[in-house]
Design a protein around this ligand. Structure first.
Ligand SMILES: C[S@@+](CC[C@H](N)C(=O)[O-])C[C@H]1O[C@@H](n2cnc3c(N)ncnc32)[C@H](O)[C@@H]1O
Length: 216
């Protein structure tokens, strides 16, 4: 049975972090590695898309305790858990979809997203990445650590499966349900470049998880 995105994550809050760290290959390596790519300057302004309970932010605050974070997430329970973990940090949390929330212009030195964007199509991502690019300062960058499809065939298969399940269960097409539909790294890179980022490079790979750096 498909579950709505926010309800899916909030229902699994207990044990969520242990699951991420123990069940995703090399998660204990890629969270610190992701954090190490973010700006070291005191007070750096960083946007986190799909911040959840902030596994990447815990690693980042250890490196840059005065970073100013804006976190966007659909799931209120995940955000409440994040807030309770970092009471002494600069953390602005926005409950909503990153597709809908305004991100402003030239407000962030960098942005990050970890294990969140593999639920969406390239067509959905291009306008989001345009908005994200506009929200970064000139020379700002986006660190995307996510799960990718190993082939176009697999990318097409999961998308078709989601559409089939939605039709079978009669669920609304315009609502977010939790079902992994990762793009290939090549298609993700195309989406970032089409959105206006001027360069994309891969900085790391751990099994199906890759880390891409897109520069404005
Ligand atoms: C697997 S969790 C990752 C959380 C955190 N980044 C981490 O790595 O632990 C995915 C998160 O993305 C959020 N999410 C999914 N789609 C979203 C959307 N359209 N807008 C905002 N948040 C979203 C979910 O609510 C969930 O908290």
């Amino acid at each position: 049975m498909l579950e709505k995105m926010a309800e899916f994550f909030d229902a699994r809050l207990d044990g969520y972090e242990e699951h991420m760290l123990d069940c995703i290959e090399s998660a204990r390596e890629f969270y610190p590695f992701t954090a190490a790519q973010l700006p070291k300057a005191p007070g750096a302004r960083v946007l986190d898309l799909g911040c959840g309970t902030g596994l990447e932010l815990g690693e980042y605050f250890a490196l840059n305790p005065s970073a100013r974070i804006t976190g966007v997430d659909l799931a209120p329970g995940m955000l409440a858990a994040l807030k309770a973990k970092f009471t002494d940090k600069s953390l602005e949390l926005i409950q909503g979809s990153y597709f809908d929330v305004p991100l402003g212009e030239g407000q962030f030195d960098a942005a990050v997203s970890v294990e969140s964007l593999h639920h969406f199509t390239k067509e959905e991502k291009v306008p989001l990445y345009q908005k994200l690019c506009a929200a970064l300062v000139p020379g700002g960058y986006f660190i995307l650590t996510d799960y990718f499809a190993p082939s176009e065939a697999e990318e097409r298969f999961y998308r078709a499966e989601l559409l089939r399940l939605k039709a079978e269960q009669g669920v609304a097409d315009d609502e977010f349900y939790h079902y992994d539909t990762p793009l290939t790294v090549a298609h993700e890179t195309q989406a970032l470049l089409e959105a206006g980022f001027c360069g994309v490079e891969e900085l790391g790979c751990w099994g199906a998880t890759h880390l891409l750096r897109a520069v404005k």
